[in-house]
Write a protein of this length. Sequence first.
Length: 221
Amino acid sequence: MKNTVDKSTGIILTIVFFFLLSYASAQQKQGEPKDANSYIDRGIAYVEKDQYDQAISDYNKALEIDPKSAGAYYYRGLAYAKKGQYDRAISDFTGALKINPKDPNAYFNRGLAYVEKDQSDQAVDDFTKVIEIDPKSTVAYFYRGIGYVSKGELDWAVNDFTKVLEIDPKAAGAYYYRATAYYSRKDYNNSWKDIKRAQDFGYKIPSKFLENLRKASGRQS
């Protein structure tokens, strides 16, 4: 992901695709499924075993039975995302949203796929949709903040990380990423304050970022 924060800060963002809400249970069915939901259930079980191709096959069968199954599109999108096939994932999340345009999970995971493709504008738009549906979604504010950092819109990034912390004052990662945004704004005093808060909550600060902050600020802590 293109990032306006100095690459030497050592920021590492691991994108994790979430099962935020379930369309169906993940229990393995005995015998061959007979309906779309049963194929979805078995597909979810395959994903939990990292058997993504088998899962996709089951989601395909679910869609053959029920072409308007938002769940089949959604979960197939997750499986494609796990395989790193982000264009297909985006297409499936979009398919799910055409059927259920108010599903925050599909917007959120499509946003993550856009992040992986360095398409920050689209990612920010999707995370904004999640926030419109669920104004207390800390993960949406957090990843939208990441998207704003990538776009160089640091004030908006600080606002989003601050919103995360208003909802969850113990969100150590939000302190750290807000510190990186302050660093990029050359607001080293606030950057240090957030680094200390993150450390208080057990967040391990990348040594390269600390080194650069010390050099830029002219202080050790």
